[in-house]
Design a protein around this ligand. Structure first.
Ligand code: GRF
Length: 313
């Protein structure tokens, strides 16, 4: 089974969404675990709850620090904890562009409205003032613009006659606690799904000069026009449960060396093994895509016709 994705949660206060994420993560089949809860306010009540549940916490008051400086401190903590994803849960800070860029597509936020309606603060007041009959909550990817990234999931919540901002907020919060764990689980699962891994391999492979794709014995294969195959994507090949890309090593000696040095990453693939192909696993939970790209390029060079293999890139 794939290792669980590591999630860091950023809070500023109560932390009830953090708690919802945390308790959902305690189910055996939840694809993520919470490895850090960090706050920009050492008094945030959610910190005590996380600590009581045995989750590592980090707190630092943001006062006196420039936005980018503070975000850099949080970034270091998230990396130190080995986070793959970040979930903002009532984190009342605008984020610096660098921080957002560092976590692009891997950072989500929950907002108590049906985005794109009612971004920002005082949401429930605005919903009631507008006389709306339905509100709700949204989980979205974080982009530099506040409450603006692609929406990953929403729950609609009826506005009831007599609602005040408080009663509406309380009902929407129940919906938030259901929605957030479900959407986060979906996001982290998609990131490691074989289709997503194939898309990334494909993107890298087809970026190489004159590279093309065709199926070979049921596996997507990548070849150089007028040349040979330089990579194959394999997924549960003959039921081995492995998702991997096969590339060409220099021969069986190098292949054996690679496997000896890093047996969790490399393996000798069936059929292709004897001719010096090496399997690089993509299902370890920590794929180094630069490394995959380097291997694809090298394998491409070994397979491309001379006129292309000499290209400087
Ligand atoms: C939630 O309503 C969330 O949508 C908004 O801030 C509130 C945080 O509550 N972004 P909590 O700290 O998760 O209890």
């Amino acid at each position: 089974m794939m290792p669980k994705a590591r999630v860091g949660v950023l809070i500023s206060g109560r932390g009830s969404n953090m708690a919802a994420l945390l308790y959902a993560s305690r189910a055996d089949d939840c694809p993520y675990e919470i490895v850090l809860v960090a706050a920009n306010d050492p008094q945030a009540p959610g910190l005590a709850l996380a600590a009581a549940e045995g989750v590592p916490t980090f707190a630092r008051a943001h006062q006196g620090l420039k936005r980018a400086e503070f975000d850099a401190i949080i970034d270091v903590e998230l990396r130190r904890a080995g986070c793959d994803f970040v979930a903002l849960a009532g984190y009342m800070r605008l984020l610096s562009a660098d921080f957002v860029a560092n976590w692009q597509d891997r950072m989500v936020n929950i907002h108590p409205s049906l985005l794109p309606a009612h971004k920002g603060l005082h949401v429930h007041e605005a919903v009631l003032a507008a006389g709306e009959t339905v509100s709700g909550c949204s989980v979205h990817l974080v982009t530099p613009e506040l409450d603006d990234g692609p929406v990953l999931g929403q729950t609609r919540v009826a506005v009831v006659p007599g609602d005040t901002p408080e009663t509406l907020a309380a009902r929407i919060l129940i919906a938030e606690h259901q929605l957030y764990p479900r959407v986060l689980a979906g996001l982290v699962s998609r990131a490691t799904a074989p289709e997503t891994l194939l898309d990334r391999v494909r993107q890298l492979a087809l970026a190489l000069p004159e590279a093309e794709e065709k199926l070979s014995h049921g596996s997507p294969g990548f070849f150089v026009r007028g040349g040979k195959f330089f990579a194959y994507f394999q997924r549960d090949h003959h039921g081995d449960g492995i998702t991997a890309v096969l590339v060409k090593a220099s021969g069986v000696e190098e292949q054996a060396q690679l496997i000896e040095n890093d047996p969790d990453l490399y393996y000798r693939p069936a059929y292709f093994g004897p001719s010096g192909w090496i399997g690089i696993r993509l299902d370890t939970g920590e794929t180094d895509w630069q490394h995959v790209d380097d291997w694809l390029t090298r394998s491409w060079r070994a397979s491309a016709p001379k006129r292309l293999a000499m290209l400087p890139f």
